[in-house]
Design a protein around this ligand. Structure first.
Ligand SMILES: C[S@@+](CC[C@H](N)C(=O)[O-])C[C@H]1O[C@@H](n2cnc3c(N)ncnc32)[C@H](O)[C@@H]1O
Length: 194
């Protein structure tokens, strides 16, 4: 992360703190934690709210081919930067709540979704749109990774229940400022007949 990225981020935050959710980009420890279970064999990866691309760079370090990465960013300030920085990735300037309105993939080939979205700032309605859109592209064994600075999972239980999802805390990232946690959201298994 460069000093220019930090400045860019702070500048964007002053214009729209709710969209940004954080005043500086995530650090290396959080980027590593968010991508720890992802690698070259994960297949297509969908990243929501990449900002300056700290998680994208971590995905590349994990061996994910750049052409397998799709970046969904709402801030026009970051879209151009991402296009220059990751020329072989697919960079889409759109609201992550509209994922289901577009046909981003044929079927559901995605192995992992990495979300830098400020989940705690979203309404339940928007959260549901984002999660149902993302899970619509995820393979049955795929996972959605979300970080939070809060003490519990940022997706409330009623939203998880409604979408048939479960959330498990994968890692706590104490070296991050502020300390963060990474949650892994997956589909609940099929119910067994009693
Ligand atoms: C907390 S920042 C995280 C940026 C980066 N992933 C990081 O960890 O440093 C949130 C990012 O999500 C983007 N964002 C917020 N709402 C969005 C939405 N509805 N659709 C797509 N991107 C969104 C913001 O523009 C910003 O880049």
């Amino acid at each position: 992360m460069t000093a220019a990225d930090v400045f860019r981020f702070i500048w964007a935050w002053t214009g729209d703190p709710v969209r940004l959710g954080s005043i500086v980009p995530s650090g290396a420890a959080l980027s590593d934690a968010m991508t720890a279970e992802i690698g070259a064999d994960t297949g297509p990866v969908l990243e929501l709210g990449p900002g300056t691309g700290v998680f994208t760079a971590a995905l590349l370090r994990r061996g994910v081919p750049e052409r397998n990465i799709t970046l969904i960013e709402y801030g026009s300030d970051f879209v151009r930067l991402l296009q220059v920085r990751f020329p072989r990735a697919r960079v889409l300037w759109m609201d992550a709540a509209h994922l289901a309105r577009h046909r981003l993939y044929d079927g559901a080939p995605v192995g992992a979704v990495v979300s830098g979205l400020p989940m705690l700032n979203l309404t339940p309605r928007k959260m549901i749109a984002i999660l149902s859109g993302a899970f619509g592209y995820l393979r049955p064994d795929g996972a959605f990774y979300q970080f939070t600075y809060g003490p519990t999972c940022p997706v409330p239980r009623p939203v998880l229940d409604r979408l048939g999802l479960k959330a498990v805390m994968a890692t706590r990232v104490l070296p991050n400022v502020p300390p963060a946690a990474v949650y892994r959201l997956t589909r609940r298994g099929p119910r067994r007949p009693i």
